[in-house]
Design a binder for this molecule. Structure first.
Ligand code: MRU
Length: 339
């Protein structure tokens, strides 16, 4: 059985259509939306129909194929596709996998010979398959890092829904659980969008893997009680010095982990490493609508501060797991060597 048979597919290319599993409706409803043009896909990324850094990158690659299908044969096709790519690029700023996938698609467009839809589709499929394979390798490398009887805490959703493969952090956790290296899995609800209590809980339940959910604010207490040996999370962008942008709340977990001598492991494919961004403070952090936090309008005076990612300094990270291997105590030199 291939890994595509085992895992939920959030991004599907089918007969010149892109099908996205609408993650806003999970776990209550499993609804796929069909896309035949690029701009609505940029909207879907912005609106979180699809989310998670690798899944966003794969989606963007297929959206470029849709753009080529739409504009094929027009005199200004090349410029129109580039315009669509710029729209995709703006849809979510933090996850570097988006820019990475678009750069790969643009390399084909930059070739002197006119680009064919087929070659763009081949490249999008290749990006998708490479990410799937990377997930499987990271699961092996990450599992090897765990001591037996581990108590693992994860944050956000980093499984199939976020990667279109077996997952990054959740891929490691699933694999390690099957290898009987994990005693207990804990997952934060991940406010405000509830990627943990809606998506991670759902994914683990689909695989009959038990999980204990907790409020984000209970995590430090859980560590203080000695229940956690490893925090395992994904990343949206890793700067050249090893600083990590990930779901808001990751930094707080890293601080608490250090206080309680808990290992802090980041699992991310090489497509998430961004050598062009020197350090975490250079990473653009997306701010989302206050409506995600405030359930009603209070009028003037009540506003919300809603950054959806934070930056964890490299110094708080025990190891970064990639498909090429593990970087212990990450720093600029080790990241450059990995790349
Ligand atoms: O806002 P989201 O749901 O797209 O945020 C997702 C995360 O922060 C994940 O941890 C990250 O993309 C890594 S997923 C493999």
């Amino acid at each position: 059985m291939s890994d595509t048979d085992q895992y939920i597919q959030p991004v599907v290319w089918h007969e010149n259509r892109l099908r996205l599993l609408d993650q806003r409706l999970l776990p209550e409803q499993t609804v796929y939306l069909d896309y035949t043009e690029c701009p609505p896909v940029a909207g879907a990324i912005q609106d979180m129909v699809v989310r998670g850094a690798p899944a966003i990158g794969i989606t963007a690659a297929y959206a470029v194929v849709l753009s080529a299908l739409t504009h094929n044969g027009k005199a200004a096709a090349h410029e129109m596709i580039l315009d669509d790519m710029a729209l995709l690029q703006r849809s979510r700023p933090t996850a570097v996998n988006l820019a990475w996938a678009l750069a790969r698609m643009k390399a084909l467009l930059d070739e002197p010979a006119p680009v064919s839809v087929d070659s763009l589709l081949t490249e999008a499929n290749r990006i998708h398959e490479e990410e799937r394979q990377a997930n499987l390798r990271m699961a092996e490398f990450g599992t090897a890092l765990l001591s037996d009887n581990a108590g693992v805490l994860t944050h956000c959703n980093t499984g199939s829904l976020a990667t279109a493969g077996s997952g990054t952090a959740l891929g490691v956790i699933r694999h390690a659980y099957r290898q009987q290296k994990i005693r207990r899995i804990y997952a934060t609800e991940t406010r405000p969008w509830l990627q943990g209590s809606r998506l991670t809980a759902w994914e683990l339940a689909q695989h009959s893997i038990p999980v204990a959910m907790l409020c984000d604010s209970a995590a430090a207490q859980l560590m203080q009680h000695g229940q956690v040996s490893h925090v395992i999370v994904g990343a949206d962008r890793i700067a050249a010095n090893g600083d990590v942008a990930n779901k808001i709340g990751t930094y707080a977990l890293a601080v608490a982990a250090q206080r309680h001598a808990v290992k802090f492991i980041v699992v991310a494919p090489v497509s998430t490493l961004d050598p062009k961004t020197p350090q975490g403070s250079d990473i653009p952090v997306e701010q989302r609508d206050s409506g995600e936090i405030l359930s009603q309008e209070f009028g003037e005076g009540v506003t919300a501060w809603n950054p959806v990612f934070d930056i964890t300094p490299a110094g708080l990270i025990t190891a970064i797991v990639t498909e090429r291997g593990v970087i212990q105590a990450p720093d600029s030199r080790k990241i450059a060597e990995m790349l």
